[in-house]
Design a protein around this ligand. Structure first.
Ligand SMILES: CC(C)(COP(=O)(O)OP(=O)(O)OC[C@H]1O[C@@H](n2cnc3c(N)ncnc32)[C@H](O)[C@@H]1OP(=O)(O)O)[C@@H](O)C(=O)NCCC(=O)NCCS
Length: 227
């Protein structure tokens, strides 16, 4: 970060911020996705569709000079978002990058053995956002989000500010709650969510295997907040 400039939170500009946000996602995804083809695909799952389908629910950290160095992206309602993802977003994918061609969808890949196939299949399965193992999640917390900030801009209160802007926007449209799914191994990130006001979803959702509330069969945590 250059001295003298003060980063701040603002609404996304879907055109001007597109390239920078793509890179923020590539640099901040889980370490196993940070190289090769999986890294080229990752933003098309966890960042681009939100800017494309519902930019009014997306906010960025501006470095003070107009460059986006972090974001929160959000879908206000998973049911509408998963339908629009299939109907309006998937048809564009191959035009944007030929690598995004639909793969064989069965059998489902084991991500540890074939990460590229795993992420590509994920891109073509927006209905997973409906969480059929527990429909109560999206009934009570219909919105979901992803938040990522470049390392040089972390621990400056900007993650909290992004959340506050998003919650205000969601409240304006009477969305009753928001959730997010995170890797349970990321203990520091769970601390962030707890510090800013999220809780674990209050039900055991892995069929009882872990006995832990809000942890699913992929060892992901479901974090929720009422608005
Ligand atoms: C997680 C992330 C969004 C947090 O944003 P941030 O701007 O760094 O967080 P803030 O500065 O707003 O932190 C608010 C509070 O959360 C807590 N917190 C934040 N990061 C924390 C950490 N690494 N460890 C423990 N507590 C943390 C603290 O209580 C903090 O308040 P404090 O700094 O006054 O102590 C950011 O670190 C990030 O983008 N990380 C990499 C990508 C990522 O993991 N995204 C989430 C994927 S699920």
């Amino acid at each position: 970060m250059e001295s003298g400039e003060k980063p701040f939170v603002r609404p996304v500009d879907p055109v001007k911020d597109a390239a920078a946000l793509f890179v923020v996602c590539q640099k901040t995804v889980g370490p196993e996705l940070r190289t090769g083809i999986p890294n080229r695909i990752a933003p098309y799952i966890w960042e681009v569709p939100y800017i494309h389908l519902c930019p009014e629910y997306c906010f960025v950290v501006d470095d003070g000079n107009g460059a986006a160095v972090g974001y929160v992206v959000c879908a206000p309602d998973n049911r509408t978002f998963s339908r629009r993802f299939r109907e309006e977003y998937i048809p564009n994918l191959e035009l944007w990058d030929p690598i995004l061609k639909k793969p064989p969808m069965e059998p489902l890949a084991d991500w540890e053995n074939d990460l590229t196939l795993g992420v590509l299949q994920c891109l073509y399965r927006p209905e997973d956002l409906l969480h059929p193992v527990c429909p109560r999640l999206i009934e009570e917390y219909p919105a979901h989000l992803h938040i990522d900030i470049l390392p040089e801009y972390q621990r400056m209160g900007l993650g909290k500010q992004l959340m506050e802007k998003l919650w205000a926007k969601l409240r304006e449209t009477q969305i009753p709650g928001v959730h997010l799914i995170m890797d349970s191994r990321n203990v520091d990130v769970e601390r962030f969510y707890l510090a800013v006001g999220y809780n674990r979803f209050d039900e055991v959702v892995d069929g009882g295997a872990s006995g832990e509330k809000g942890k699913d069969e992929n060892r992901s945590l479901w974090m929720v907040k009422r608005l």
